[in-house]
Write a protein that binds this ligand. Structure first.
Ligand code: ADP
Ligand code: MG
Length: 425
């Protein structure tokens, strides 16, 4: 991701055609190109990311992890995820529920919150001005408040000297400006050392006057940005498609690394051919649509198109340039397991509590990186998020109400790669 972020020629080559038909990509790319032209005031770039995976059937009897996407901006849920293990231990103790025990089974410790807090501390320290602040940019109507606030609290526990300012994106044009050395100043000349974006990943986030001027001002400043605009762009889904094979990954990785990483990837198909109807993608859409997912260059859920909806949707797009903003991805057919997603109202519903759902789960691995241009200063990976959703529901978001947070249980078994005992189709 860091190498993509620093490869401006490649970013323009891959996202340039999409920018011609998608205004959001265009605006992000313009901000990045302006910064590259002017020269960044801050050479240090940061990113707190979450790479998401699902289990996929592999051969008749095996499972393997396949990557769904990488989130390079506003990677959420590290604080809640960290607590699930404690919740499960508390409940099993209170109600005398026997959890499978070690050494055969293990509930691994989850360091997700610590990883994210550590990424913020690293970045803040590299700014080198102890009296500066972390500016956490949040939503207009904050639905992720508790997750964001726990990060602030956790940073405070480790480093009480680091103070946060929490502000809505929409309020910043009036309250931010640049100082004489391109310092980012908030309110009464309070210097910002780190801008931590928990917002700004969706076109709707920029629906106010001067929103793009604001993003440019933040990127032009000397404050470290998490993520910087180029790191943000490196998370575009289009990169998954253009780097979907080991040989393509060799642009950035050694031969062995490229194979290890590429083995986690799904198959992708480009859609920008002028003669689309004769492409392999078009044939699969007709013959096996249930094996496919169509995605635009968007984040945050609710944008993907699945299965038999893909064909009619693409038929309504006549220009190959318009099609280029979408990627076509292989559908990951995850094992279903019997479990129950609890929602607040279920507490009073005995029938619901006695029943079960068929769930599929998605694993997210958190990472934090700080780099001086393309040279990493710190590069860590720790902590995880398990989100489970009902089988057949396409979206996977927790805040959007589709998924619940769960936990991993590791099984120390000599038999690897076999289907779990409970596989329901
Ligand atoms: P977003 O940026 O909106 O989160 P994702 O790529 O994560 O986009 O897709 C949203 C959800 O759709 C995922 O959390 C997952 O549940 C489901 N999904 C995405 N890609 C696939 C796939 N290839 N196979 C199966 N489900 C998928
Ligand atoms: Mg996602």
């Amino acid at each position: 991701m860091c190498r993509i972020a620093n490869d401006h020629e490649f970013i323009n080559q891959v996202l340039g055609p999409i920018a011609k038909v998608d205004n959001f990509t265009k605006s992000l790319l313009e901000v990045n190109n302006t910064i590259q032209r002017e020269g960044a005031a801050q050479p240090i770039i940061a990113c707190i990311n979450r790479a998401d995976y699902m289990l996929d059937k592999y051969g008749p009897e095996s499972l393997r992890m396949r990557q769904v996407e990488i989130n390079a901006i506003a990677s959420a849920m590290s604080a809640h995820s960290d607590r699930v293990k404690h919740l499960q231990e508390y409940i099993s103790n209170k109600y005398d529920i026997k959890l499978p025990s070690e050494p055969e089974f293990e509930l691994p410790v989850n360091k997700s919150l610590d990883l994210v807090a550590g990424g913020i501390i690293d970045a803040f320290d590299h700014y080198g001005q102890p009296s500066a602040y972390v500016l956490l940019i949040n939503e207009e109507k904050s639905i992720n408040f508790s997750d964001q606030h726990m990060i602030e609290v956790h940073v405070h526990r480790k480093r009480p000297d680091i103070r946060f300012k929490r502000r809505r994106f929409i309020d910043l044009p009036q309250t931010t400006r640049l100082g004489p050395n391109r310092e980012l100043l908030l309110d009464d000349n309070q210097e910002i050392g780190l801008v931590y974006f928990r917002f700004g990943y969706d076109p709707s986030n920029y629906n106010f006057e001067k929103a793009w001027d604001l993003r440019l001002l933040l990127e032009r400043s000397r404050a470290i940005k998490c993520p910087s605009i180029n790191f943000h762009l490196s998370g575009a889904k289009k990169f998954q498609q253009v780097l979907d094979e080991p040989i393509k990954l060799e642009r950035y990785l050694e031969y062995d690394e490229a194979r290890k990483v590429g083995n986690k990837f799904c198959r992708f198909w480009a859609l920008d051919s002028e003669d689309f109807s004769s492409t392999e993608a078009s044939k699969i859409i007709k013959s096996n649509p249930e094996k496919l997912v169509l995605k635009p260059q968007r984040e945050g859920g609710g944008h993907n198109i699945f299965g038999s909806d893909i064909g009619p949707f693409l038929e309504s797009i006549h220009s190959h340039m318009d099609r280029s903003q979408y990627i076509l991805m292989e559908y990951i057919d995850s094992p279903r397991e019997k479990n129950l997603i609890l929602l607040p109202n279920d507490v009073r519903d005995e029938h619901r509590l006695g029943s079960s759902d068929l769930l599929v789960s998605e694993l997210g691995i958190f990472g934090s990186i700080l780099a001086d241009g393309s040279s990493p200063i710190s590069n860590r990976s720790a902590g995880y998020l398990i989100r489970s959703k009902k089988f057949g529901v396409n979206e996977g978001g927790v805040a959007s109400g589709y998924a619940g947070i769960g936990n991993i249980m590791l099984h120390n078994s000599s038999e690897t790669n076999t289907f779990p005992a409970t596989w329901y189709s």
